[in-house]
Write a protein that binds this ligand. Structure first.
Ligand SMILES: *[C@@H]1O[C@H](CO)[C@@H](O)[C@H](O)[C@H]1NC(C)=O
Ligand SMILES: *[C@@H]1O[C@H](CO)[C@@H](O)[C@H](O)[C@H]1NC(C)=O
Ligand SMILES: *[C@@H]1O[C@H](CO)[C@@H](O)[C@H](O)[C@H]1NC(C)=O
Ligand SMILES: *[C@@H]1O[C@H](CO)[C@@H](O)[C@H](O)[C@H]1NC(C)=O
Ligand SMILES: *[C@@H]1O[C@H](CO)[C@@H](O)[C@H](O)[C@H]1NC(C)=O
Length: 409
């Protein structure tokens, strides 16, 4: 990040600090992001009262240690990824129904696919250990990235595909080899799915030891990895503040988004470092070619799209090619029509009361874009010290009308 961008960020911070929220889009679809669901503590649909009481007594469940990292919508259900960084986190992947009977505040989360798969009491590597994100393709296959590994972990990271239209049966599973993501300290963070040529997932490896982008081919059941300086943290972009907490880590590539199918050329993969403001892209024609990825020539094909006004975590592209990305220290969401210049990118909406750490995006099938704002930097930076003395709303799913769908459609 160069000095003029730092200045721009500072100027924007000043503008935004004088206003609580803004509806910033020029043009027709301007609307706010409104809170749809919110939680102070995560709680679950326990099998019975005994199980719940036992989990509390044995500290298998410590309410304030449970957090949300990713959301994806499919057929009236939100699937929710919950990191297991701290003790007392009984479930890493769950769901809530979006039916009218689901409360908007503190809805109980059910484990997916069941309690047993989430239970690490007798830890075997087929259990779900630490899910931070997933994607659901047009056929209803949920690609679950069980990708975060503590230094004490015993099982390597994996990708598990569940068929949501067939009793959540596992239709494929892939374990990542050590050289792609370490079983101790690896952090496969976020993914997008490309349905061409038998299906691909593009995944950000966010671990500080060997960050990069991992390509997984479903047809070949094989993965490979590329690394480039554009995937590293930007030193000048560290020490940004979100809700009075300074983010001081050098966090590499994290946000990832895929352009929709396009008859006039290959899809583009967009990515950015968490500690960074620069947005890059690369053609999937290169990513899908394992030979092309093994040399270094592909690096000339990395495109610098531009500098965002702030750091981002999650991103998503809709089916018309509009990219949405969180603007963490601005408490907002930015958007860019990828058919045009990045100079025309803007801020859709910002709200420093509700959009605290704009993390994960998902479209529904009715033209709404959902955003999970989750205070997650506090969870990761303060070693499991989400403040429980003065409980506050930490997780919000917000809703914004775009009239579009996900890049998968
Ligand atoms: C939000 O912005 C207002 C106006 O600048 C400020 O008074 C308030 O402290 C801010 N709240 C947070 C949580 O940052
Ligand atoms: C958590 O949910 C269970 C139902 O699954 C309920 O019995 C219990 O009271 C809840 N705990 C809290 C603190 O709300
Ligand atoms: C764990 O294994 C022990 C010994 O095999 C068994 O008694 C117990 O029921 C198992 N617990 C779970 C939750 O699978
Ligand atoms: C990569 O860049 C080279 C050199 O500019 C160009 O010839 C080639 O067509 C590019 N490949 C792709 C897939 O864009
Ligand atoms: C994006 O830009 C293209 C080309 O200028 C335009 O046709 C399209 O309507 C734009 N999309 C939106 C959502 O503004």
């Amino acid at each position: 990040m160069n000095r003029s961008i730092t200045t721009l960020t500072a100027v924007l911070l000043i503008i935004f600090s004088t206003t609580v929220s803004c509806e910033c889009t020029k043009g027709k679809s301007a609307s706010s992001f409104e809170v749809e669901y919110q939680w102070t503590f995560l709680n679950f649909t326990w099998e019975n009262e005994n199980t719940y009481n036992d989990a509390v007594t044995t500290k298998r469940y410590i309410p304030e240690n449970n957090a949300m990292a990713g959301i994806k919508f499919y057929k009236d259900t939100f699937y929710i990824a919950m990191p297991r960084i701290c003790e007392g986190t009984p479930v890493t992947l769950g769901y809530i129904s979006t039916s009218d009977t689901t409360p908007k505040s503190e809805p109980l989360i059910s484990p997916f696919p069941d309690w047993n798969t989430n239970d690490l009491t007798n830890h075997t590597c087929d259990k779900l250990e630490n899910v931070q994100s997933m994607e659901i393709d047009a056929d209803g296959i949920m690609w679950v990235l069980d990708g975060f590994r503590k230094p004490t972990s015993k099982c390597p990271p994996k990708l598990v595909l569940y068929d949501l239209n067939n009793e959540a049966k596992v239709v494929q599973s892939f374990t990542f080899p050590e050289e792609i993501s370490s079983s101790k300290g690896g952090f496969l963070n976020d993914l997008v799915v490309d349905d061409s040529d038998g299906g691909f997932a593009y995944i950000t490896e966010h671990g500080s030891v060997d960050p990069g982008i991992v390509v997984y081919s479903r047809a070949q059941n094989h993965a490979w990895k590329i690394r480039d300086a554009s995937m590293f943290a930007e030193i000048d972009a560290t020490n940004f503040v979100v809700d009075e907490v300074v983010f001081n880590k050098l966090a590499p590539v994290d946000g990832i988004a895929l352009s929709p199918r396009n008859p006039s050329g290959p899809r583009q993969l967009y990515y950015c470092a968490l500690t960074g403001v620069n947005l890059y892209s690369i053609s999937t024609e290169i990513l899908k070619d394992v030979t092309a990825c093994s040399g270094g020539e592909w690096r000339v094909n990395v495109t610098h799209i531009g500098a965002k006004p702030a750091q981002s975590d999650g991103m998503v592209v809709d089916n018309t090619g509009v990219l949405y990305y969180g603007l963490l220290p601005l408490y907002g969401v930015g958007s860019w029509n990828s058919s045009g210049s990045f100079d025309d990118a803007g801020v859709v909406y910002a709200n420093n009361g509700t959009m605290i750490w704009t993390d994960s995006f998902s479209f529904d099938d009715k033209g709404y874009l959902y955003l999970l704002a989750n205070n997650i930097h506090k969870y990761f930076l303060t070693q499991c010290a989400f403040d429980s003395t003065e409980p506050y709303v930490k997780f919000r799913i917000l809703k914004h009308f775009t009239g579009t769908q996900s890049y998968l459609h």
